[in-house]
Design a protein around this ligand. Structure first.
Ligand code: TZP
Ligand code: MG
Length: 203
């Protein structure tokens, strides 16, 4: 499946409670979200498989790819479009073997060493961040700012998406740094109107 990193919604179970997961995602897609990652650190695999299947049905025919955070088994069981892993999760090579050549695989990157160590030939994109400190991820790595983002992107031969503390006011700076898009949790999840919150990024 082709994918578009322009506005990548990462879900959060607590913040999405405001409108419910499915309603948050469907409204956000109506507002212009181009890619969705199901991320839930608390749910069991079975719960997450159920959520993923619902989101997959909801996104069918929209052209919006569904990516699963961390859990290879969930991605496989739900036939999601891809998997996003962190530095300490299922390895990219394992995921590629298990999911096959068509799956969309993403890896989180925070330093130039991590970029150089990444199996770039097995990856479809990297998530770079956090750009700013954020309460949305516990124990996140050191924020790198727009300067850190730009210098990592200079060395990065594959598409990239910036994450961490971003909102619609950052779109131009992220573009100037060379990223293909922004990934956000709190700027859309938990907002009073997820559709309007997503639309704000397009203006
Ligand atoms: N990885 C790095 S920062 C982050 C993740 C999952 C959280 C981003 O959330 P927010 O609310 O967009 O800052
Ligand atoms: Mg992870």
């Amino acid at each position: 499946m082709p994918f578009d990193l322009s506005l990548y919604l990462v879900t959060d179970a607590t913040l999405c409670q405001r409108h419910g997961l499915e309603r948050t995602v469907s409204e956000a897609v109506r507002g212009g979200v181009t890619m969705v990652q199901l991320r839930d650190k608390q749910a069991s695999d079975a719960q997450m498989i159920d959520q993923a299947r619902r989101l997959k049905a909801l996104l069918a025919g929209s052209g919006v790819a569904l990516i699963i955070n961390d859990r290879l088994e969930v991605a496989l069981a739900s036939q999601a479009d891809g998997l996003h892993v962190g530095q300490s999760d299922t390895t990219v090579r394992q995921a590629r073997v298990a999911m096959g050549p068509k799956a969309i695989l993403g890896l989180s990157i925070n330093t130039v060493e991590q970029l150089h160590d990444a199996p770039i030939d097995q990856l479809d994109y990297v998530g770079i961040g956090p750009i700013f400190a954020t309460p949305s991820k516990q124990d996140h790595a050191q924020p790198i700012g727009f300067g850190g983002l730009a210098s990592l992107i200079k060395d990065c031969p594959i598409p990239s998406v910036a994450i961490g503390g971003l909102n619609a006011s950052h779109v131009n700076a992220i573009r100037r740094a060379g990223a293909d898009g922004l990934a956000v949790i709190s700027a859309i999840c938990g907002q009073p109107d997820p559709e309007a919150a997503a639309r704000a990024f397009q203006r």
